[in-house]
Design a protein around this ligand. Structure first.
Ligand SMILES: Cc1cc2nc3c(=O)[nH]c(=O)nc-3n(C[C@H](O)[C@H](O)[C@H](O)COP(=O)(O)OP(=O)(O)OC[C@H]3O[C@@H](n4cnc5c(N)ncnc54)[C@H](O)[C@@H]3O)c2cc1C
Length: 428
């Protein structure tokens, strides 16, 4: 059996690993000149790895740990209850465990959402708002932004998932070590920009932008939702309406990271992050804690409306605004970084946004996007994960494994393995 995997992000690599292990002939076609997709570690900005995309392994019970453990990749643990500080509007600094942002609301029995109401509407019904809700809900809103658009049902699937409870872990040698471990031994063609997926014939033929074409029995599509929504890859024949409708309904989050390098530590010992209520941006953390590093790398994270406001300011304006927030929150007006940069995925042609977003009316869209087509097109990627796991590395990883299982369930994988056909460069 031959399989083409489109995209060498975590989902594509996971699918390819499992298929290769089962004896399939697999080739991954990746547009970029690197593997990892939305996992992108920068080693030039500071003396420590800096994550421009994914940074944390959320909780100790997700499948990413199989790779971390197998490859002995060390992590730094962040306890959300005690290691994160909150700067309250009245100026007091508290830990998350002591105070839950504005309100002090702690445990709440989460009632069911009504129909397709938004997170904002749901919270209003409970007498709360996005800034007066238990920390986990605020974290969800912070990750995506736009509570008026977010589906409350999808948010509750996240809130009630056991993996939403614990702290976060940062892979110390860089998240790309996870990617490299998963990519080991795989046939990955870099710089292969897919233009067309023709699935009307007996198998699947994938045509690249440069005209080259590959054929295989089936393809696993791990393209980001932003890329699929924008129609950057053509499907021949067109995808069925139920698939297109799921894509149309899904949103894509706008996310921005501002990153500052300081030559001296900025946060006190034992404090990993700072939530600045009402700040632009409000979420801050140290990206160098746990490293043997004399200075400190501070990362600020914004999503939704806040990210869009910062993007409108342009890179320098956004970095200035962020620095002003940090200076005020720490009461250090003279705080000056030695270097600064930002990371945004909106304009990245191979992402076109940060991650998928279950807006109202799209609670079921990810599950629909995940459904295979005629035993030829299989779907993986964070946007096909469950609402509790989407937008994460572990969700993407699991989706790749799920897609591989769907392919393997098709036929007996121990059949003879034909070579991947490589027709001359011509359009079909
Ligand atoms: C700023 C930011 C912070 C994040 N933080 C976290 C975090 O802390 N923890 C966490 O768990 N998750 C986080 N995430 C989410 C996580 O990074 C993603 O969910 C995950 O990496 C997605 O993997 P994927 O394989 O689905 O997609 P991708 O990694 O995007 O892989 C898809 C691949 O397809 C390729 N591609 C696109 N178009 C084409 C084409 N035409 N032809 C060929 N190839 C193409 C892309 O180049 C890419 O390599 C974050 C994401 C962002 C953007």
């Amino acid at each position: 059996m031959t399989t083409l995997v489109i995209g060498a992000g975590i989902a594509g690599l996971a699918a390819a690993q499992d298929l290769t292990a089962a004896g399939h002939k697999v080739r991954i076609l990746e547009a970029r000149d690197r593997v990892g997709g939305r996992i992108h570690t920068d080693r030039d900005f500071a003396g420590v790895p800096v994550e421009l995309g994914a940074e944390f392994v959320h909780t100790s019970v997700v499948p990413t740990w199989e790779i971390l453990n197998q490859h002995r990749i060390k992590t730094h643990y962040i306890n959300q209850q005690s290691d994160l500080w909150i700067r309250l509007p009245d100026g007091r600094l508290r830990t998350v465990g002591e105070e839950v942002c504005f309100s002090g609301v702690r445990a709440l029995g989460w009632p069911e959402a009504q129909g397709e109401e938004s997170v904002a509407a749901y919270l209003r019904r409970l007498g709360l708002d996005a800034h007066r809700a238990p920390y986990k809900m605020q974290e969800y809103v912070s990750d995506y932004g736009d509570p008026e658009q977010l589906s409350a049902r999808a948010a509750l699937e996240f809130m009630l998932d056991p993996t939403s409870e614990e702290g976060d872990y940062r892979p110390l040698p860089g998240y790309d070590r996870v990617v490299q471990a998963l990519a080991e031994g795989l046939d990955v063609e870099l710089g292969a920009v897919v233009d067309t997926v023709a699935w009307g014939g007996p198998g699947v033929t994938v045509i690249l932008k440069d005209g080259r074409a590959y054929s295989a029995d089936q393809a696993v599509i791990t393209l980001p939702v932003g890329v699929l929504k924008a129609g950057k890859v053509r499907f021949l024949p067109e995808l069925p309406e139920w698939k297109l409708s799921a894509l149309r309904r899904l949103g894509v989050a706008t996310v921005l990271k501002l990153v500052y390098r300081f030559e001296q530590p900025v946060l006190p010992e034992g404090v990993n992050g700072l939530y600045v209520c009402g700040g632009l941006p409000d979420e801050w953390w140290s990206s160098s804690k746990g490293q043997d590093y004399g200075g400190e790398v501070m990362t600020a994270f914004a999503a939704g409306a806040k990210a869009r406001r910062l993007l409108e300011l342009g890179q320098e304006g956004a970095l200035e605004a962020g620095l002003a927030t940090l200076r005020q929150a720490l009461g250090r007006p003279g705080l000056t970084p030695s270097a600064r940069t930002w990371s945004q995925w909106q304009d990245d042609p191979y992402a076109l946004g940060a991650y998928s977003m279950a807006v109202t009316g799209a609670t079921d869209a990810r599950a629909i996007l995940a459904r295979p087509l005629e035993q030829k097109l299989f779907w993986a990627g964070e946007g096909t994960a469950s609402n509790a796991w989407a937008g994460t590395v572990h969700g993407a990883l699991q989706s790749g494994r799920r897609a591989a299982q769907e392919v393997l369930a098709l036929r007996n994988p121990t059949l003879a393995l034909p070579e991947l056909a490589r027709p001359a460069a011509k359009a079909l």
